[in-house]
Ligand binder design. Sequence first.
Ligand code: SF4
Ligand code: SF4
Length: 427
Amino acid sequence: MEFLVKADPELWQRIGVDVTRLSKMREILSQMYKNMFLNQEIRPEGMKYFDEIVSNIHTGRIKEIVEAKEEGRVVVGAFCVYIPEEIVVALDGICIGLCGGSQATVPDAERILPRSICPLVKSAYGFRISRVCPYFQVADFVAGETTCDSKKKTWEVLNRDIETYVMEIPPMKRETERELLFKEVVRFKEELEKRSGIKLDEERLLKGVRIINRKRKALQRLNSLRQHDVLPISGKDVLLIEQIAYYDDPERFATKVEELCDELEDRIAKGIGYGEKKPLRVMISGTPMAFPNFKLHNIVERLGAIIVNEESCIGTRYFKDLVEEKNNLTDQLYAIVDRSMKVHCAIFTPNEERIERILEEYKNSKADGLIYYSLTFCQTYLIEAVKVKQTCEREGIPFLMVESDYSPEDVGQLQTRVEAFLETLRG
Ligand code: SF4
Ligand code: SF4
């Protein structure tokens, strides 16, 4: 089956992309996508929309965003789920995720940043300085946060190249921090009001909350369908959808995920899926896997197991909770804060809620084992692995720790370790 990530050199030139380099990168991406995704057996028809999205990742969606900018809409590039996209949408803006998941731009970043920081940050920074990410090129400004040290110090460097707004995220979750986060959400709202020239009122915000809640609800529904004995979709495809959630139009995305869920429910009812072959079910927990980081999913699923859950910000942490609807602006802003406070990223301390949540998701997903995934040099997730491992040992959950970056160098070694882990599960 042919697959091509489309090119639009004229558009790329207009927004300042390095056309030669992006053209080469899209050829590599086309090949990778074709090999990883299109050869899967029993793939749902509804995945065609998401294939289209990938095919148009550097063209169609960018064109839509450029047109929106021409209408005066603000485009925000976000680096963390703590950036309140409900507010961006409420003020007619577009919020796109900019975390990097590709090795291609890591060497660019390493010419300036230290090597010993995580690849997610290096990849994103490299995309900007090498001008091969059309999303970076169309963002009016980027919004980062003070979660981990790698990120907060990189924002100072990135700010030399593109205006970088920084939101303070407190590392604890007490009442004091709730108030601090509320002030930060209000400050972000004021920044966007200034840029968009629109004043946020309760009606607008409620609309933004409903749009994003609908997107999260669709993702919740999709994830719950992986809990059936008949598995109607691969983990790779779900990860792809979770990644696309960060840059597609939120309403269209929700509609397409809902349509896919209808098809998957029908498949489950008819017994069409991976259940017949009884593959091993594996849950992943850890650092986010930004597009196009499919490395671990690809290894696990090539070895015959299926991934049934991602406890990650590109995964359940993004969609497991909705923002409660309120009838006045202040309460609604607090409701946004309260949902955010339930995102159990490893940067928080203490973080018992995350451990409890992992156990709950493990039980719900009916997984046979858990792979804890951390990007190299991600201190918080690496250290938190200690507690997750102890908990798994206590609960009798088979556990494998994987630390990796985006380079292909460790694929063979990872494959051997995952294979041995799957063997113990079979045993
Ligand atoms: S893992 Fe932490 S820093 Fe990264 S997006 Fe999630 S909350 Fe933000
Ligand atoms: S993966 Fe870890 S080190 Fe990298 S940005 Fe996320 S929290 Fe920070």
